[in-house]
Design a protein around this ligand. Structure first.
Ligand SMILES: Cc1cc2nc3c(=O)[nH]c(=O)nc-3n(C[C@H](O)[C@H](O)[C@H](O)COP(=O)(O)OP(=O)(O)OC[C@H]3O[C@@H](n4cnc5c(N)ncnc54)[C@H](O)[C@@H]3O)c2cc1C
Length: 392
């Protein structure tokens, strides 16, 4: 067998898997169907905690704004702005605002520099598992190739083919849309600062809208996040565009929808029965391909990085059959808690906004959850107690 590992997809999950595998002296082919850098539809909010999962990379290099405050609104009213940490000196809960094309390129280049055989414009079109290893058919412009390795990690994101290969035809997912609105920070509207992210609730049924400052633009987006919000039709798209326009108007951000490029993309919220390991334990799934997206916030970068490393560590140790149980243990509990909150929060957004968001401790708790802390049980208890109290 020529290689130890073939990784399909060079996003955060695939690149972190490659970095972990290389640190354990495995030989790695990293396949990416697009040319790099490539656009990835995303808000680009990365918690500082992600740095610990990428010791090989200085992710600050990709940081365009360091977000230290969350400003919330409900239907563009009742504004509430609070720092992400109670201690102004503490930067551990900051959110780094990155542009995904640059962030992902940084990771892919780090993997290539450490010895990954990075092949771009190389699309995996078939994957077979045998007793001794896997075989991947790769389509390059106009010709096909077959590669063999001992193991494969599918890190091909929300719309890659791996979940179909694993026999899954029905992927429940949320949907989100974003647009980059240019800004000159020297003459920015009063409500916008490079340290503040904006989160708007109530305008998007079953979801929220955001604005994340970057170096020379603001990423403004909106998503339907609640479980079961599976409407990907034209009415959904029109509503998301409308909320994005309203968010820009509210922030005083000049936005010409006719000139803007809107990107929309499914978000595969966590499903406990998603494919994680193949029957022969030689194919593992990580990141969005394993539905490792938080059902409350729709964030997936941290989980992609973590699961990519876990998958590669399992390959290196030969203990791949335990990977599924590890993923369910580490992500399953918190994501189930997040789903429970999401189901109530997005159903009764106004009451939950006042009971669960407009509170000094709530912003810090949200930032800690975004940084990977499992506080959903605690958060759920607090919201429930306040809801009961406000009712009575
Ligand atoms: C609008 C929107 C906003 C979001 N905002 C945030 C945010 O602010 N913070 C956050 O944490 N998360 C956010 N997310 C979620 C986040 O984008 C994903 O969870 C994250 O990108 C998952 O990383 P990944 O590596 O699993 O997949 P991806 O980043 O999708 O990477 C998969 C890669 O695989 C490649 N690929 C696919 N098929 C093949 C194939 N057959 N052969 C070879 N290569 C293939 C793709 O080209 C791609 O490069 C957002 C998502 C959306 C849609």
């Amino acid at each position: 067998m020529q290689h130890d590992l073939i990784i399909i997809g060079a996003g955060p999950a695939g690149c972190s898997a490659a970095l972990e595998a290389l640190s354990r002296n495995l030989s790695v082919i990293l396949l990416e169907r697009r040319a790099l850098p490539r656009h990835k539809t995303c808000g680009g909010g990365v918690p500082v905690a992600a740095a610990a999962l990428l010791p090989e990379v200085d992710i600050e290099q990709a940081c365009e704004a360091r977000l230290r405050f969350m400003r919330h609104t409900f239907r563009f009213g009742s504004p509430y702005c609070w720092p992400v940490s109670a201690d102004p000196e503490d930067a551990s809960l900051d959110v780094l605002s990155v542009t995904r094309s640059r962030f992902d390129l940084l990771l892919a280049e780090a993997a290539a520099a450490r010895g990954a055989d990075l092949r771009t414009e190389a699309r995996a079109v078939a994957l077979e598992e045998g007793a001794e290893g896997v075989s991947v058919t790769v389509s390059h412009s106009g010709w096909q190739d077959r590669l063999a390795a001992r193991y494969a990690i599918c890190a091909d994101g929300a719309v890659g083919p791996s979940s179909r290969w694993a026999g899954r035809t029905n992927r429940a997912s949320a949907i989100a849309m974003e647009v980059e609105v240019p800004i000159d920070w020297r003459s920015a509207p009063e409500l916008l600062s490079r340290q503040t992210m904006h989160l708007e609730f109530g305008s998007v049924p079953n979801g929220y809208a955001w604005a994340f400052p970057k170096a020379d633009c603001v990423n403004v987006g909106a998503g339907f996040f609640a479980p079961g919000a599976n409407a990907h039709g034209s009415a959904t798209v029109a509503r998301l565009r409308q909320v994005i326009a309203e968010t820009c108007r509210h922030l005083g951000l000049p936005h010409d929808p006719a000139a803007a490029t809107f990107h929309s993309h499914p978000i595969p919220l966590w499903q406990a029965d998603a494919p994680l390991v193949s029957r022969g334990s030689r194919i593992l799934h990580a990141g969005d391909a394993a539905t490792l997206v938080n059902p409350l916030f729709g964030d997936g970068i941290l989980h992609a990085l973590r699961s990519g490393r876990m998958a590669a560590a399992a390959v290196a140790s030969g203990a791949t059959s335990g990977y599924a149980a590890d993923v369910r243990r580490i992500f399953g509990g918190p994501f189930s808690g997040a789903r429970r909150i999401s189901g109530v929060f997005y159903r009764f957004p106004e009451r939950c906004y006042h009971a669960g968001v407009v509170r000094p401790g709530a912003t810090v708790m949200a930032a800690r959850m975004l940084a990977g802390e499992s506080l959903y049980g605690q958060a759920w208890g607090k919201v429930l107690a306040r809801l009961r109290w406000t009712r009575g």
